[in-house]
Design a protein. Sequence first.
Length: 420
Amino acid sequence: MSATEQRGIRPSDLIDVDRLWRRLMRLAEFGATSAGGVNRLALSPEEIAARKVLADWAREAGLSVFNDPIGNLFFRLEGADPAAAPVLSGSHIDSQPTGGKFDGTFGVLAALEAVCALALAARKPRRSIEAVAWTNEEGSRFSPGMMGSEAFTGQRALDGMLAVEDVNGTSVRSALAHVLAAEPDISRRPLGFPVHAYVEAHIEQGPILEREGKSIGVVSGIQGSRRFRVTVRGEAAHAGTTPRRDRKDAVLAAVGMIDALAQLVRDPEDVMFTVGLFRVQPNAPSVVPREAYFSIDLRHPDNDVLGRLGDAIPDCCHANGGACTVGVEEIAHAPSLGFPGRLRETISAAAERLELPWQEIHSAAGHDARQLHYHCDSGMIFIPCRDGISHNESEWTEPHQVADGSRVLADVLWELADAR
Ligand code: HGY
Ligand code: MN
Ligand code: MN
């Protein structure tokens, strides 16, 4: 086929949707739950196995594979100018404990499909294009999340991350050692490099695109979030013999705090306040609890609201501690951000060319694109998901929706990488 004919074929024409869908279903087997979801925690044996399959698929297409000191995994389509800063695209393959088949995985596999399809068609853009699977985006095993993209962009130091432990006392350092030891055939690159542009494809994780009948969401930005951990220390005592006046009940104090916090953040009504993790020590039915440990996930698109309410959280907790002692630690504070217009226009123009109905949409969920936003021009492409459900085993999106998103992504990546 002549170069001219080649040029007439857009990258979106090269996308093999059946292959992409098969790979989505295959990856969902790693950590598959009986309810049809996925439990593939960061740096777990399930994730090690999934990473190997990704690397095999990339090599079959002739791509080179790299990892880095935090375990990010890259699949590179070499460009005509290898020294030029590459275009990057991806997301994460770690999941929530009761996660779905598409959160993160769609973005990694759509990016991998784009570079595989281009490689198999012997298309060589000026800049290299790399698909990436970022380490520990979800933060459910090791908190806070987004360690891979934060370390890559220098938003957070690697050493502090390596010391983080999961609930069983396993550190990131030791879990990561197993991941990297399982990849002796993958070249290690240093942490971070200049990136020309980053695009992440993701399911919306909300109901808007489906409700509005749109195939593509051009993401305008990501709402801000603040994350805290609260430790309430009381005193273990006998549940039957200890009079109320003598009790230092950590759970009753924590419950009072959470109720007061819920009142504090009641207004404005679009504030997102979640206590998703709650641990009790010694967690025994006939022992007055010695300690309660819980998470706070606070989100809002207005940085002033986020600032005002987040700043009030420690005092609110201390004021409701009663006879217990209270520790409040803020573990992450990510402001609300807007993606650059030029990248949003590139995405919407690609959707127009493919005659796909699209709309601008703000992301209420967090993504690795947040970190890349401070590193290079970044943007996101959303596809609808059924009833907006996510972080739930029934998460679902249709093959044609996956096809639409991956085609737009392929054309956007080519345009960014091949621009003269
Ligand atoms: O929490 C989030 O927004 C992301 O899904 N980890
Ligand atoms: Mn995600
Ligand atoms: Mn998620």
